[in-house]
Design a protein around this ligand. Structure first.
Ligand code: PXG
Ligand code: PLP
Length: 449
């Protein structure tokens, strides 16, 4: 009976598209519902409604490094729901959020000791931009209102994140809603100088000097913050050139500009360190995080700030709200409980060290595809990699789509955007699973011709 009504719902959706899906070609999806419907997940695998078991090559959407249905997470969710399922965090608090903030601060660079919770990367980014504006205003520099983002950057879909973001397709439809005073650094990706680089490219450090140009153009006294992803994830794993992030840090410091690292993807172990900040040896003023903090099981995001920033806000009358910002679900007890288990499991199972062990395995495996004619570039760092395919003449994106569809029927859930495929496998993957992932991919590419 239940199954009958489920089937009727699916048929209705196929006809009418009642569920309007995010970042999706909805009509194409509705025409391929069976293959594209995920019905269960366990460990590093999903099962589709056609019964295919597929390896989760992007850890969901970069968010489930511990894999699915982890028994300890399942138990933590159940227990928390029984104990304290929701608690307002406006003018009240609860132990789970406090202790999770402390644990996150302990993982972050030394002088970053204060955590503000949100529920997604987009909310984290908008929070970070507001922290930057508020910080300067309290300091008497309210004229510092400009934000500097970067071409090809992805900072979520809020009006702030969209404005500092640099992915054209996410911007053009909403151009009328852009925040004022935003400018962009050039991106650092120039394949003619860096194609098939393993790890960080040596070309491109000088692109950080774009910031000097923007400071000269706008004057430092008008600039609040620079926001960059240490590794650009969404646009296909663009790895920072050696010394590039260091140079951004120097320029920001010299000009009183806050540096925000958007670590929604790079945070919580993906780079083989707690944060990209540590991997690249650069301490920003603000870190945004989301995704892996709860293994994607209950949404959570947030912002980590320095003592200097927090202490600046903690001035004024003691009975006044210092930062008029926050979400109903900030510090949600369910998310906090899951966050604790995730950090427990990461520590006990040594998963960040495991990323360091798996990095060369993924690197060797993925670069072994270099001989394939259809491939234009392969890049990697931490437990991430990106492959660009040469587009089919006149049909950009066709190759990516064909590969995605072939993957679903042949054991791989692939994340294809245009003709780029991104990889961010679960930390619990075995070396063999990573090699198998790449050999399946080789087979699919050869079959595609
Ligand atoms: N900042 C960064 C650096 C991100 O990668 C966001 C902010 C926004 O997070 P939310 O939770 O609001 O989606 C992201 C999200 C992909 C992919 O395929 C990447 C993201 C989301 C979905 C897919 O690379 N990044
Ligand atoms: N819209 C309305 C009408 C609301 O009452 C609220 C919160 O109270 C919001 C939006 C914001 O929701 P959230 O706090 O979940 O971001």
């Amino acid at each position: 009976m239940a199954q009958d009504s489920e089937k009727a719902d699916l048929l209705r959706n196929e006809r009418e598209g009642v569920y309007w899906q995010p970042f999706t070609a909805n009509r194409l999806l509705r025409a391929n519902m069976e293959a594209r419907t995920l019905v269960s997940a366990k460990g590093a695998y999903y099962t589709t409604s056609e019964g295919n078991k597929v390896f989760d090559t992007l850890s969901g959407l970069w968010c489930t490094p511990l894999g699915h249905a982890h028994p300890r997470i399942v138990e933590a969710v159940r227990k928390q729901a029984e104990t304290l399922d929701f608690a307002p965090c406006f003018q009240l608090t609860h132990p789970g959020a406090i202790s999770l903030a402390e644990r996150i601060a302990d993982l972050a660079p030394q002088e970053m000791n204060h955590v503000f919770f949100a529920n997604s990367g987009s909310e984290a980014v908008d929070t970070a931009l507001k922290v930057a504006l508020g910080y300067h205003r309290i300091k008497g520099a309210g004229n510092r209102f400009r934000m500097i983002g970067r071409e090809r950057g992805y900072h979520g879909v809020g009006f702030g994140g969209m404005s500092v973001g640099g992915i054209v397709s996410n911007r053009k439809m909403f151009a009328a809603g852009m925040m004022p005073g935003v400018d962009h650094l050039r991106h650092t990706y120039e394949p003619q100088h860096m194609a098939f680089t393993r790890g960080q490219p040596t070309w491109g450090t000088h692109r950080a000097e774009d910031l000097v140009r923007l400071v000269t153009l706008h004057d430092a006294s008008t600039i609040a913050a620079v926001i960059v992803e240490p590794v650009q994830g969404s646009t296909g794993v663009i790895v920072p050139p050696v010394g590039y992030l260091q140079r951004l840090r120097e320029i920001c410091t010299a000009n009183g500009i806050l540096l925000i690292f958007d670590e929604v993807i790079t945070g919580f172990g993906r780079m083989g360190e707690n944060f990209g900040a540590q991997r690249f040896g650069v301490t920003p003023d603000i870190i945004t995080f989301a995704k892996a903090v709860t293994n994607g099981i209950v949404p959570m995001g947030g912002v980590i700030v320095t003592d200097e920033i927090y202490n600046t806000f903690m001035t004024g009358p003691e009975n006044a709200i210092e930062f008029c910002h926050g979400y109903t679900y900030s510090g949600h007890p369910m998310a906090a409980a899951v966050g604790h288990v995730v950090l427990d499991v990461m520590r006990e199972e040594g998963l960040v060290a495991r990323v360091r062990e798996l990095e060369p395995v993924l690197e060797d495996a993925i670069h072994s595809l270099k001989d394939l004619d259809v491939i234009a570039d392969i890049r990697n760092i931490g437990l991430t990699a990106g492959i660009d395919f040469k587009p089919v003449d006149g049909k950009p994106g066709a190759r990516g789509l064909a590969l995605f569809e072939a993957g679903l029927r042949n054991g791989l859930l692939l994340r294809c955007t245009g003709d780029t495929v991104s990889f961010g496998p679960p930390f619990i993957s075995t070396a063999q699973e990573l090699r198998d992932m790449v050999s399946t991919l080789r087979k699919l590419i050869s079959q595609m011709g």
